[in-house]
Write a protein that binds this ligand. Structure first.
Ligand code: GCW
Length: 844
């Protein structure tokens, strides 16, 4: 680009951006790329930006810097102070090593830049002579350097550029997000709306959001995006669809994001009409070779395939007595000439396990299957392993497979989408969990072998390796909830540098997204850091896993959903005790899959950390944890503590009112209020379940005692029927009211307490398939009315949809009649569980 006067440039940019933002509905600015936020001014960034190369990625890097500049200085250079003009004058030049060397032969460019590495260097001169160079190993390095430059003043405001320049390099080559998008536009485990890529069997016409997504990904160094659901992949492999997929690749390419696809191992049969999909059959191999060639003719920089096979009903090589290595290597052979890779998922297990067999153990599956295959995979195969041995639960031990295949390249798979972690309705910042896994020492051969060094390829000297985050972004603000975006951000940052600290990443994100005000940053970071521990406490602590409905929603409490079925997420709770004996001595032997040092720790209850106790051991409820507290008392206490913490998030957020964008404040507040109540639903369900099962009371007298509650089934009912809630623990005493087949129903409660002003909370079930209406009346006078129109899982009343409405400042005197009137709508039968009369010092 030739030099343009700053004022002209800024005017031009202003026009450009207003044009762009009117076409793009969903933009990266809605996440953390908010250049309008204060705090991005820095003293070493000359505003005349020039890219030496014409490559699209380098051009995107230049555009990004200009975009920031356009907003940075208020878009009007005439209003800049002389000093600011002076500091910003000079030139910022972008280029690859070759380009920079050619144009600036006197500058000593670092020779050791890998393709994605960058070097940012300034000549530390002033005024017109000021020169800032962003040099990349390739144009992708340039792009990552540009984003680093933009992030730096926000995350490290006091740091200038070191004299020798700043080098950045990613810790691992594979930094991908996986999307589980279906061709019809729905998204498996997606909580942020419909697909930004697909709709009704086709690729969307408008792919601007895909480009914006790539921009967001590139800003944190993510370089790959696997577009489609591993559970329904074959439809994407038709010639027509592949041509369409090429449009997505085009849309994401400017930001260095290579697309890849999930591959269905049975495609040669399903699509190719072959009689078999045996991976060793020559015709099958030829089919894959031809298909891969076809893909690369359309998408020359295609990333490769992600494979889910022989798992949860997906076809796989086992149908022909072949191994995962046979299948992976067939695909790898087809991809190798094009530099494509196979990410073969280790999530292979039998979901028809015999729950009566004490030796059966799903946690063993990945290691049992893949460890014997170590060394048998082609060099461009990467085994992609979920971070724990089960399935993204609130807490699991680290998968032993990371230490079990030293001759194989590995990637760690984690979920950004919060399937088992509150589905984006709950605030759960997951980076602290990921950090625990990344830093976890597998002690392979008694050496220091943290997972992060294994998956980066360092420990076992592998060329390939990395991290894959299942993101499942959609059209609704990417993840459907503003604070959930911290997880996408953190995933990218950790895949670039797994040594970063979770709290520092949280602070970076907060400063870029919400505010640079230190008080705000402190409180938001604190909320984020407390959120996973809180969630674990009010769902499944002590290694019990999430204790949710594992065969349905994966959301609300349902303790027995994990038991007596083939899915193998058992926690084996009975009247005497709880937990799964996975020891070598008396259990399933899973513990023996770890290195001897770790196995020693997990083999004994005395050395197993409390937070994993019940994952590894079956113990009586009276078993004493390390601090002397019994297991049952811990279950009670943790649920009360966790719910209290969730309530605290609401107060924390309130304390920030007026300190940043009011729209963001208002958007997040009801979500936190909802979470605080759902934490109470969880608390009540799990504590009353274990109270009944163990028959051991809560030493603090809380579980099973709800002094402020009036049970709906004790009210005087007109039309309402008493129903059993399933699972029983999801409703108070297992019962609720439902208004079936009538226009409206009511329940009358006699108030017998002291007079005063109260909050009346109604715990109701907001069912799918309609919006029932509720009204509160006191002695016939309407006080409050609302619709059950939230979008919560399930059509039957249970812990998925149990939620609360609070009516404030309700004056009550002894003898008053509190009436709850329910008006059903379609499948929503205005069901409710109880009311609670609460005294609050001030109404919120
Ligand atoms: O956790 C389970 C999810 C499935 C998912 C599967 C997997 C894509 O409930 O929805 O399928 O894991 O990871 O393959």
């Amino acid at each position: 680009m030739k030099h343009i006067r700053p004022s002209r440039l800024l005017a031009l940019l202003a026009v450009l951006f207003s044009a762009i933002s009117s076409v793009i509905g969903q933009t990266a600015d809605q996440a953390w790329l908010k250049y309008e936020l204060k705090g991005r001014v820095h003293s070493f960034f000359p505003i005349a930006v020039r890219a030496l190369g014409s490559d699209v990625v380098e051009q995107a890097a230049m555009a990004e810097l200009n975009r920031n500049l356009g907003l940075l200085v208020g878009q009007d250079a005439s209003k800049m102070t002389a000093r600011l003009k002076e500091t910003l004058s000079g030139e910022t030049v972008l280029g690859t090593v070759d380009e920079i060397q050619k144009s600036f032969p006197n500058i000593h460019v670092s020779q050791h830049l890998g393709p994605e590495d960058f070097w940012i260097w300034g000549n530390h001169e002033h005024g017109a002579k000021q020169l800032l160079i962003i040099c990349g190993g390739t144009s992708r390095g340039v792009l990552y350097g540009a984003f680093e430059l933009l992030r730096r003043p926000v995350v490290a405001p006091n740091l200038g550029l070191p004299k020798e320049g700043l080098i950045g390099r990613p810790a691992m080559p594979i930094r991908w997000v996986d999307e589980w998008d279906n061709i019809d536009g729905s998204i498996e485990r997606g909580y942020g709306g419909r697909s930004i890529f697909f709709d009704a069997g086709h690729i969307r016409t408008d792919l601007a959001p895909a480009t914006e997504y790539a921009r967001l990904l590139a800003s944190v160094g993510i370089n790959g995006c696997n577009l489609n659901n591993v559970n329904s992949a074959s439809a994407f492999f038709t010639p027509e669809m592949l041509k369409e997929v090429a449009r997505i690749a085009d849309a994401m390419r400017p930001y260095g994001v290579r697309v890849s696809l999930s591959a269905d191992i049975a495609s040669p049969q399903k699509l190719g009409g072959l009689p078999t999909f045996d991976p060793l059959d020559p015709a099958v191999r030829k089919w894959w070779n031809d298909k891969v060639n076809e893909i690369y003719s359309l998408i020359p920089d295609f990333g490769g395939f992600t494979v889910k096979a022989d798992s949860e009903g997906q076809p796989g090589p086992a149908s022909y007595g072949r191994s995962p290595a046979d299948a992976a290597n067939t695909l790898a052979a087809a991809l190798a000439p094009h530099n494509g890779v196979v990410l073969y998922r280790a999530f292979v297990y039998n979901h028809h396990l015999d729950w009566t067999d004490p030796k059966a153990d799903r946690a063993r599956a990945a290691y049992d299957i893949f460890h014997p295959l170590d060394g048998k995979f082609a060099p461009n195969v990467v085994i992609q392993t979920k971070e724990g041995p089960i399935d993204f639960q609130a807490r699991e031990p680290v998968s032993p497979l990371f230490g079990g295949i030293p001759h194989t390249s590995q990637a760690m798979e984690l979920q950004i989408t919060q399937e088992y972690l509150g589905q984006q309705r709950h605030l759960v910042y997951i980076a602290p969990m990921w950090k625990e896994v990344l830093d976890f020492n597998m002690r392979v051969d008694s050496a220091t072998t943290p997972v992060k060094q294994i998956v980066s390829g360092t420990t076992f000297h592998r060329q390939l390796g990395g991290m894959v985050g299942v993101a499942c972004v959609g059209q609704n603000g990417w993840l459907g909830s503003p604070l959930a975006l911290a997880n996408l951000y953190a995933f990218g940052r950790l895949s670039w540098n797994p040594d970063l600290r979770a709290e520092d990443i949280a602070a970076e994100w907060t400063r870029q997204t919400i505010s640079t005000n230190p008080a705000v940053v402190r409180i938001v970071v604190n909320m984020l850091m407390q959120s996973w521990p809180a969630y674990e406490s009010y769902t499944g602590p002590l290694g019990l896993q999430t204790l949710t409905d594992i065969t349905g929603s994966h959301y609300g409490p349902n303790v027995e959903a994990s038991e007596r079925n083939g899915w193998g997420q058992w926690h084996k709770a009975d009247h005497e005790g709880v937990g799964f004996d996975r020891t070598v001595a008396t259990g399933t032997g899973y513990v023996g899959q770890y290195s001897p040092e770790l196995a020693n720790i997990y083999e004994s209850t005395a050395t197993t950390p409390d937070n994993l106790l019940l994952f590894f051991h079956h113990v009586p409820y009276t078993y004493k944890l390390h601090d002397g507290k019994t297991v049952i008392q811990y279950i009670y206490d943790s649920h009360y503590d966790g719910a209290a913490q969730a309530a605290h998030f609401v107060e924390d957020w309130h304390s920030l009112k007026g300190k940043f964008d009011p729209a963001l404040f208002a958007d997040v507040l009801p979500r936190l209020e909802y979470q605080a109540n759902h934490a109470i639903v969880w608390r009540a369900a799990i504590t009353q379940y274990f109270l009944k099962l163990s028959d051991i009371p809560d030493a603090q007298g809380r579980a099973g005692h709800y002094p402020n509650r009036l049970e709906a089934e004790d009210a005087h009912l007109t039309g309402y029927k008493i129903i059993d809630v399933n699972p029983w623990e999801d409703a108070s005493r297992g019962k609720a009211l439902s208004c079936d087949g009538l226009q409206s129903c009511s329940a009358d409660f006699n108030y017998t307490g002291n007079p005063g002003s109260f909050e009346v909370a109604v715990e109701y079930f907001d069912l799918q398939g309609g919006s029932a209406k509720f009204t509160i009346l006191i002695n016939g006078h309407q006080q409050d009315t609302w619709s059950a129109d939230d979008n919560l899982p399930s059509r039957s009343p249970n812990g998925d949809n149990s939620t609360r409405h609070i009516a404030h400042n309700i004056a009550l005197k002894t003898g008053d009649v509190i009436r709850i009137e329910g008006t059903p709508d379609d499948a929503d039968h205005a069901a409710f569980d109880y009311i609670e009369i609460l005294v609050r010092s001030s109404a919120q």
